[in-house]
Design a protein around this ligand. Structure first.
Ligand SMILES: C[S@@+](CC[C@H](N)C(=O)[O-])C[C@H]1O[C@@H](n2cnc3c(N)ncnc32)[C@H](O)[C@@H]1O
Length: 209
């Protein structure tokens, strides 16, 4: 079965987990990964790898270097492993980022590439995942994520934008990837805002190995 059909079938089974009926197209993947300016030794984490549109582009521009792709849907994770046997794929969700990085002996993350379906999620889940990202992101780290153009005036998209502005000092949008179905823009977020220190006894910030 083609990866697009696998994706559609999994969307029909679990629409809020996937949040889209089709994988991202090549134009959006190129726009997202070019905008990330990945460097060879940076720790890169992909959230919501799906069938690998972004993964393919990440590995094309940066074939080596510390990397992990997260995909909690087991059917999609299997497809990913078949397509990219060289790439570490983890089936745990983004909420478990800290444990995943510790297991891989990776330090703080330099770049998070997220295709997570924020707009399909309630505020509480968005908050939980943003907290997990900021918990592992280095002070110079960045987050790239995308949104569909037609939905930008809807409350869910405004909520995402507010969430990004609340957590990052720099939030820039790219041009529109018009050939994507549906057309999309990328949010490039940098300079994470400082968060309140963690309580004694709770896990502290990750340190580079
Ligand atoms: C819109 S799809 C994007 C797939 C692919 N990256 C692309 O651009 O075509 C969102 C993906 O996020 C995954 N996902 C959903 N919840 C997640 C979570 N808590 N942590 C990590 N990935 C998650 C879904 O299984 C799905 O594959």
């Amino acid at each position: 079965m083609s990866s697009s059909l696998t994706f559609l079938r999994e969307f029909l089974r679990n629409p809020t987990q996937l949040g889209a009926i089709a994988p991202s197209g090549a134009e959006l993947a190129r726009l997202m990964i070019t905008s990330a300016h990945l460097k060879p030794r940076e720790v890169v984490v992909e959230l919501g790898a799906g069938t690998g549109s972004m993964t393919r582009e990440i590995l094309r521009v940066r074939p080596r270097g510390p990397f992990v792709a997260l995909e909690p849907n087991p059917v999609l994770a299997k497809t990913l492993r078949e397509r990219f046997p060289e790439a570490p794929i983890d089936e745990r969700p983004a909420q478990q980022l800290r444990a995943i990085l510790q297991d891989m002996q990776l330090g703080q993350v330099d770049c998070v590439i997220s295709s997570l379906p924020w707009a399909a999620w309630p505020q509480s889940l968005q908050d939980e995942i943003f907290d997990a990202i900021l918990d592992v992101l280095s002070p110079q780290g960045r987050l790239l994520t995308f949104g569909y153009v037609h939905a930008q005036l809807l409350p869910a998209a405004k909520r995402l934008r507010a969430n990004l502005n609340e957590r990052f000092m720099l939030v820039r949008t790219t041009r529109i990837a018009w050939w994507n179905l549906p057309p999309a823009i990328v949010f490039c977020c940098g300079r994470p805002r400082e968060r309140a220190p963690t309580q004694p006894g709770s896990p502290g910030g990750l340190r580079s190995p």
